[in-house]
Design a protein around this ligand. Structure first.
Ligand code: PMV
Length: 324
């Protein structure tokens, strides 16, 4: 237990799902209903430091230097305390380099960094696979943020069989992502709640599982074959299939807004002009465009007619989690 009382800091990058996770078989353990694939992004990351301290009377957590009282984070620390057998409160300091407004899931990088720094500070020596299983307990998408480049989350059936793994890192494919920030206010329906309503009420949910398993195979093969077009086309279809589960739920809900539709039309027009690019969206209105390096300028120029520079964020593939 020589690490106890020592502060450890980890950096984890966020990721964008190419095959989405949408629905849980087990809410407590966060066992998803389908396997998923993502690209880790270099521009957006979280640095988190953790120290277990015998003088603390409660967990002390700051995010971007502001004190937060987040029961979810303390519950996550309880999992680390339980695994390591230590009985101390922790000081957690987290800085998000995911612009608040980027519309990118900061929970993925946040829980991947917290799992890595927290387990080390508690004296645990976990493999990447074990770290991914731990990060999963905080946020499903964090399972994949332990890994760089193209990563997958194997659905599994219980705590020990639901984990992340690397598909390709470093990434050989020429692939970039442009995020367009359309709205930065907190979402009305969290991904947690949205998934639950879709899972429980959408009559199309079984078809989603069947189709998304096919999309998983297609994207995995596209990565192996360096086939950007198939990857982009399938990621775009998969995103729309996910959003159809929100429309078909009871009550029905929608993450996209009129600007999301505007960007989608823009992407289609660009494609018609021979500029290859694809769109994807998560549990919010912001659209992310998947493209190759040679087309970044043309796409950004086009977006600039409608959106300001600080609404447009470009990123390439990012690295796996590391202690810094
Ligand atoms: O892990 P959560 O609760 O942030 O949910 C992620 C859901 C999506 O971003 C829409 C899809 C995904 O696989 O990341």
């Amino acid at each position: 237990m020589e690490n106890i009382g020592q502060k450890y800091t980890a950096r984890a990058h966020t990721n964008i799902a190419l095959v989405k996770y949408w629905g849980k078989e087990n809410e407590e353990l966060i066992i998803p209903a389908n396997s998923s694939i993502s690209l880790t992004l270099d521009e957006f990351y979280t640095d988190t430091s953790v120290i277990f301290d015998s003088t603390l009377q409660q967990d002390m957590i700051t995010i971007n230097s502001e004190i937060v009282n987040d029961e979810k984070i303390s519950k996550f620390l309880d999992i680390i305390r339980h695994k390591s057998g230590i009985n101390l409160f922790a000081k957690v300091e987290s800085i998000n380099h995911v612009p608040n407004s980027a519309g990118l899931a900061s929970s993925a990088s946040a829980y991947a960094a917290l799992a890595t720094a927290g387990s080390k500070a508690a004296g645990l020596e976990l493999s990447d696979k074990e770290l991914s299983m731990l990060a999963r307990r905080g946020s499903g998408s964090a399972t994949r943020s332990i890994f760089g480049g193209f990563a997958a989350w194997n659905k599994g059936t219980d705590d020990q069989t639901s984990y992340g793994y690397s598909i390709e890192d470093p990434v050989k494919m020429d692939i970039n992502m442009i995020a367009i920030v359309l709205n930065n206010s907190p979402k009305k329906i969290s991904s947690r709640l949205g998934m639950k309503i879709s899972y429980e009420t959408s009559p199309f949910y079984d078809s989603w599982i069947k189709q998304t398993n096919e999309d998983f195979e297609t994207i995995q093969n596209a990565i192996t074959n360096g086939d950007f077009s198939t990857l982009g086309q399938t990621a775009e279809l998969n995103a729309m299939r996910m959003h159809s589960l929100t429309l078909s739920a009871n009550p029905s809900y929608l993450y996209l807004n009129k600007d999301s539709l505007l960007v989608i039309e823009m992407v289609k027009e660009l494609r018609d002009k021979g500029i290859e690019c694809y769109y994807t969206m998560d549990a919010g209105p912001n659209v992310k465009i998947i493209c190759q390096k040679k087309n970044i300028k043309a796409i950004v120029d086009n977006l600039s007619n409608q959106f300001s520079q600080d609404q447009i964020k470009v990123s390439g593939p990012g690295e796996k989690v590391k202690l810094i």
